[in-house]
Design a protein around this ligand. Structure first.
Ligand code: HEM
Length: 437
């Protein structure tokens, strides 16, 4: 209240100065003083506050005061809007869209690399040296010889002889995935350095950039940590050499997390928040809470999918809705101790993924029904509709992948579908987020 009074005093003094025609140099001191006495709490009413006294000014107001109004208004907008110009925030937003797009592409390429059994073809990891693939025939032969020392070659070669050109194919798949990972790093780091140098990064964004950098580095480390697990001798010589499902799920989960963070911040920079209605406050708050639940459910279902992929559990029961002719398969808890079934028994892992996926479909459908009862702005409505449509597409893709014994094209599409679904869930959460007061 005292700030408002101080503000009014300063304003009226300034008006008198203007009206007396003795403005000039004194005004240039007075206007900043006026704004400095004006704290954040009163900023929201700022425009109405200036308009009121000036509008009630008698008709004899000098033209000087009206000439000063734009200057006052300009200062007002500087006080209320963020210090960084809008175009800098748009540039950062589009850059983050680019980063999330690169992560999306790398995840899909990683999925195809796994599905074509190419992931174990490069048997070491060097950040810079790996960037040059073998060129001459001798280099290729030497690389192939190194691969032959590892269990995967021995296993595959027993089924069907592997030629050098077969090896070149799997090598290039893994090489492309690793190079794309490096490109994600560059797509992020180079513009980040530029934006920081230009001073375009807000204070709140700076720690986030540090987190993204750490996550990108961690992602690379997890990738190699995962590959290493597939290069070890198997417990039984008959076991298929494959990477640890725990490490695969961590690698995929951390990529999904990075993707989500990039995309959510991109939305924050590019999409101005829609104004939610002032009515239906209880339902909106419930809907907002539910949108976080939806996001979590999609994330957990995707993680459980990584366990299905890691254990080749999509090949154990290829029927739907029942697993063979039972709702609950008999070998559901055949491993000991019981908790291991959830991560190491292909039957249980597939069962869990189905259960989680069906619950996610039900949750999203419930969420969508609830969203219909609230007069949401058109963009928020569109986001809810897209989310509902996509969860049905995703479930259909999952079922088709299962019924057709996991062909590469369907499994890869199902994996991309999970990222699209996650994107819609993030969009919905963004549309419903609480506005800062
Ligand atoms: C909300 C719905 C769903 C989500 C978010 C989801 C997500 C995922 C993800 C992220 C993967 C791992 C892909 C990879 O790393 O290559 C996966 C794998 C899989 N999912 Fe789903 N899924 C959903 C629904 C379903 C349904 C309803 C089924 C079938 C009943 C299903 C069957 C499978 C199968 C068989 C795989 C293994 C594919 C492979 O080996 O590459 N999914 N899922």
């Amino acid at each position: 209240m005292s700030t408002i009074c101080a503000f009014h005093r300063a304003l009226f003094t300034s008006r008198n100065v203007i009206q007396s025609g003795k403005g000039g140099p004194r005004m240039s001191k007075l206007v900043p003083q006026l704004f400095s006495s004006f704290n954040t709490a009163t900023r929201r009413n700022f425009h109405s506050m200036i308009r009121t006294p000036l509008r009630s000014t008698p008709k004899n107001t000098t033209s000087q005061s009206w000439r000063l109004l734009p200057a006052i208004r300009k200062s007002a907008s500087q006080a209320t809007s963020p210090a960084l110009p809008e175009y800098t925030q748009k540039a950062i937003g589009w850059w983050l869209v680019g980063c999330s797009g690169m992560v999306f592409g790398t995840v899909i390429l990683g999925g195809v690399t796994r599905l074509t059994e190419s992931g174990l073809s490069m048997v070491d990891w060097k950040l810079f040296k790996d960037m040059k693939p073998p060129r001459s025939q001798e280099e290729w032969v030497a690389e192939f010889e190194r691969y032959k020392q590892f269990p995967e070659y021995k296993y595959v070669n027993e089924q069907k002889e592997m030629t050098l050109s077969d090896f070149k194919f799997i090598f290039y798949m893994e090489y492309a995935h690793r190079m794309m990972g490096r490109m994600v790093g560059l797509t992020f780091l180079l513009p980040a350095a530029y934006f920081l140098k230009k001073g375009w990064v807000s204070k709140a964004m700076k720690p986030r950039l540090a987190i993204y950098t750490a996550l990108i580095g961690f992602q690379g480390f997890l990738g190699w940590y995962m590959v290493k697990s597939g290069l070890q001798e198997q417990a039984k010589p008959t076991d298929v050499p494959r990477v640890s499902q725990y490490r695969l799920a961590s690698h995929l989960g951390s990529a999904f997390l990075l993707y989500s963070l990039f995309l959510y911040q991109a939305f924050n920079h590019l999409l101005p928040a829609s104004k939610l209605p002032n009515t239906h406050l209880k339902q909106i708050s419930k809907l907002r809470g539910m949108s976080h639940g939806v996001l979590t459910a999609v994330f957990i279902t995707a993680l459980s999918g990584a366990f299905v992929a890691g254990l080749d559990a999509g090949l154990v029961y290829n029927s739907w809705p029942k697993m063979a002719d039972r709702w609950i398969p008999s070998d559901l808890l055949s491993h000991f101790p019981a908790w291991k079934n959830f991560f190491e028994n292909p039957t249980t892992v597939q069962f869990d993924h189905r259960l989680l996926a069906h619950s996610t479909v039900a949750l999203i459908f419930g969420f969508w029904l609830m969203s219909r009862r609230v007069p949401l702005p058109p963009r928020a409505k569109l986001a809810c509709n897209c989310l509902l449509g996509m969860v049905f597409v995703q479930a259909t893709l999952g079922i088709s992948t299962l019924l057709t014994y996991v062909p590469t094209h369907l499994a890869a599409t199902h994996q991309s579908g999970s990222l699209v679904l996650l994107s819609f869930a993030i969009w919905v959460a963004h549309e419903l987020k609480r506005m800062p007061k």
